[in-house]
Design a protein around this ligand. Structure first.
Ligand SMILES: [Zn+2]
Length: 326
């Protein structure tokens, strides 16, 4: 006897499929990353990321208007400074590139949410995410002294107009340090989106071209997480929640959908997934070769992040996705 249930019944018509669809991606879920460089009228395409540009502040403002008009609620800013030094001065200086970009965007498009990535690797001469012991060639960042720099960076970003502070360096205690810094400076209402579970991933390759932040020596494995670990992600998010994080991020996204799911199950905070540069570049390269249908692959991937539990998705596909969503 044939079973009573034929699941195909609900797949017979596009409208019927639409009615029973469990996960719906919307433009409100998207966050668009932007890379700010000094100068004027500059738009350098990142070779390994077709369609992604390093932009001078005037161009960032133009881009921000376009992003806002597409209905995308937020951007996240990364900066490439003129000079790099051991104190990461470009990260926390009032005239830092992210500070300038944040102020200009908030002036031109006040309703667009500006998230500031808060890390030091783009600004240190050695490309690591904090202070190193003099003579260190392994990249074992000194945790507690680095917290002071992160605090300073977050406060100056908030002063420049950033709506959300997003610390990404995986230092122990960074959420608490930044929270106390923001509170002392009068930014009690500025939320923290913590890169809570950030893995030492090869998928960041193209980003380092875009942000010019590749470490000069060593690697980031003494602070970013081992890709083999899942339970440790829960430990990391529990600490960040206890320290006052308002939102949590899992990075990368594609190879870590199980982590997105676990994090979502383990907490009540909004969860963001970072669809990183390498994930973007693989799709772009395959699409440019005609090997995959870009629109379908992108929409399937973004929808899957949401199905896995992501409330927010940081993605270089954001503008295209917003366009396709209509
Ligand atoms: Zn960093």
């Amino acid at each position: 006897m044939f079973p009573q249930h034929r699941p195909r019944r609900l797949r017979t018509h596009p409208q019927l499929r639409r009615m029973v669809r469990e996960t719906v991606l919307t433009t409100s879920d998207l966050i668009y990353p932007l890379f700010a460089v000094p100068g004027e009228g500059i738009a350098n395409e990142v070779k390994s990321m077709p369609g992604v540009f390093q932009l001078s502040v005037d161009k960032i403002v133009e881009e921000a208007k376009e992003v806002y008009d597409l209905g995308i609620p937020a951007i996240i800013l990364f900066g490439i400074p003129t000079d790099k030094d051991v104190d990461a001065t470009g990260a926390w200086h009032d005239c830092g590139i992210v500070q300038k970009a944040a102020t200009a965007v908030k002036q031109a498009v006040p309703d667009l949410i500006v998230i500031a990535d808060t890390c030091l690797c783009e600004y240190t001469s050695h490309g690591h995410c904090g202070y190193l012991q003099v003579g260190d060639l392994t990249g074992r960042v000194l945790n507690d002294p680095t917290l002071e720099l992160l605090k300073k960076t977050a406060v100056s970003q908030a002063q420049a107009g950033a709506d959300i502070i997003a610390p990404s360096g995986m230092m122990d205690g960074f959420v608490q340090a930044i929270r106390s810094g923001l509170d002392e400076a009068g930014f009690q209402d500025t939320p923290i989106l913590s890169y809570a579970a950030k893995y030492a991933s090869a998928y960041y390759g193209p980003f380092r071209d875009a942000a010019e932040s590749a470490p000069q020596f060593g690697d980031r494995r003494t602070y970013q997480m081992d890709p083999a670990n899942a339970r440790e992600a829960i430990k990391e998010i529990e600490l960040d929640i206890a320290e006052g994080a308002d939102m949590l991020m899992v990075k990368p996204a594609l190879a870590y959908m199980d982590i997105i799911w676990r994090v979502k199950e383990a907490c009540n905070l909004p969860v963001a997934a970072y669809n990183v540069s390498g994930e973007y570049s693989m799709v772009k390269a395959a699409a440019l070769n005609g090997w995959v249908d870009e629109e379908r692959v992108v929409m399937e991937t973004l929808t899957s992040f949401k199905r896995a539990g992501a409330d927010l998705i940081l993605t270089y596909h954001a503008k295209d996705a917003a366009w396709w969503l209509g």
